[in-house]
Design a protein around this ligand. Structure first.
Ligand code: 6PG
Length: 470
């Protein structure tokens, strides 16, 4: 059977996705710049090898696929994608379709989709989440493209995607860059979820003196409750593991310097562009940046004394931390969905909010049970912020005190909890009738005559300082 689909880029994700596609019954042409990688991949594909056609040049790759072709790019995001599109262009026929499945910046996807409109071939950008095992056994897929192109590839993408109680975690999010935008926000939330888990871990390790296996016990317990999620599950697993080299807890030998490829940072940047406050995500990005400043942290600890102390008194109960994390998580998602709503309005995308929550229920890194309730809440309360929708409204009321106690206890002990604290400040602000922004307005008017609105509605936009000399 001649393949109708081809995949370029047999790195970790591309190889896993290829096997997934082949396993779902599709014959597939594959190509990698380094030919030996292609050969080794097909050689190791076992039962699936007969469905794979290895090719050694782009020309042979395109020729191996029956038209109209679907060509999946799984190459590093950035100029490599453009290089491949340029190289493929003269080889493609009418109605061929390129799918960029990498972690592209959505502006690049918008530009590429726009360009493809003037070409004979189509282009769609898909956000694929779930790491290597997701790509192999069922990722969550966020699609950006035209309805017609989506219809064309939906059967294949739905087949390879994760399923939540039988429902495929693959959906059309909107045109052009919409899929990659949703994936970007997913990653921002991923950073925030991870950071908040790291913060409660710090409270257990530094505030309570828990050893890694005790931390693992706590996370395992939480994974049976409201916090059930992939990230809590793997946090338990990494806390449980020992280092084969030293025999110590694995976590204790890992340097506290977090890496990042940039998608979380993009979320913070885009949120600022859209003027949407996503302080939990911003705090998580800043925390990764700060973690990298090892030297400064060592110097700071020496100069001012190590900030961290044991928590006062009895310390903090694991159930308090659990509730703090539940509240933090709700606040973070409330901000993330608000950002998606703002983007939908700004870019004129009809982003399907409940469908976004639905495709995140399985397959992706932030998958969790809570997302099922979020999908329902977003369906029942269209256009409203999640914090006002049940069960989240009730949960926030229930967990707020524990979030506050956690932030207070951490602050007193010098244990930094930037994401949890940012969530709490946001929550405090969104239910404050009168904030301090009147001071900002007065200052702006004083130094720049920028004017203000008055609480009594009177038409006098300046203060008595107008015309001041200093
Ligand atoms: C996913 C992940 C993935 C991400 C990496 C690393 O959804 O599968 O978000 O796409 O790129 O996990 O991201 P950082 O290097 O930025 O932490």
């Amino acid at each position: 059977e001649q393949p109708r689909v081809g995949l370029i880029g047999l790195g970790t994700m591309g190889a896993a996705l290829s096997l997934n596609i082949a396993e779902k019954g599709h014959a597939l042409a594959v190509y990698n710049r380094t030919g030996s990688v292609t050969d080794a991949f097909v050689k190791n594909a076992g039962d699936l090898a007969p469905r794979l056609t290895p090719t050694d040049s782009l020309e042979n790759f395109v020729a191996a696929i029956a038209a109209p072709r679907v060509i999946i790019l799984m190459v590093p995001a950035g100029s490599v994608v453009d290089d491949h599109i340029d190289a493929l262009k003269p080889l493609l026929g009418a109605d061929d379709l390129i799918i960029d499945a990498g972690n592209a910046n959505f502006y690049d996807t918008e530009r590429r989709a726009e360009r493809a409109r003037n070409e004979k071939f189509g282009f769609i950008g898909i956000g694929v989440s779930g790491g290597e095992s997701g790509a192999r056994h069922g990722p969550s897929i966020m699609v950006g493209g035209t309805e017609a192109d989506w219809q064309r590839v939906a059967p294949m993408l739905e087949a390879i995607s994760a399923k939540y109680e039988g429902t495929p975690c693959a959906s059309l999010m909107g045109p052009g860059g919409a899929g990659h935008f949703v994936k970007m926000v997913h990653n921002g939330i991923e950073y925030a979820d991870m950071q908040m888990i790291a913060e409660v871990y710090s409270l257990m390790r530094d505030g309570m003196g828990y050893k890694a296996p005790q931390v693992a016990d706590v996370f395992e317990g939480w994974n049976k409750g409201r916090l059930e999620s992939y990230l809590i599950e793997i946090s338990a697993k990494v806390s449980r593991a020992d280092d084969p080299i030293s025999g110590n807890a694995m976590l204790d030998v890992i340097l506290d310097k977090a890496g990042q490829k940039g998608t979380g940072r993009w979320t913070a940047i885009e949120a600022q562009q859209l003027a949407v406050p996503v302080p939990v995500i911003e705090a998580a990005v800043a925390a990764r940046n700060l973690s990298a400043r090892l030297e400064m942290r060592q110097r700071g600890a020496e100069h001012f004394g190590d900030a961290q102390k044991a928590l006062e008194g009895e310390g903090i109960a694991a159930t308090t931390l659990e509730n703090a994390l539940i509240a933090g998580k709700i606040l973070c998602y409330a901000q993330g969905f608000e950002m998606l709503a703002a983007a939908a309005a700004h870019f004129k995308w009809d982003l399907p909010m409940p469908a976004i929550a639905r495709v995140w229920r399985e397959g992706c890194i932030i998958r969790s049970d809570m997302l099922n309730d979020m999908a329902t809440a977003l369906t029942n309360n269209p256009g409203d912020n999640l914090i006002f929708a049940e069960p989240f409204s009730g949960l926030l009321k229930e967990c707020e005190a524990d979030l506050r106690d956690t932030v207070i206890a951490a602050t007193r002990a010098g244990i930094a909890v930037p994401a949890l604290a940012a969530g709490l400040s946001w929550f405090d602000t969104v239910r404050t009738r009168r904030t301090s922004a009147n001071m900002i307005q007065a200052q702006r008017d004083y130094f720049g005559a920028h004017g203000f609105e008055r609480v009594d509605g009177k038409d006098e936009p300046h203060g008595p300082w107008a015309g001041h000399e200093d």
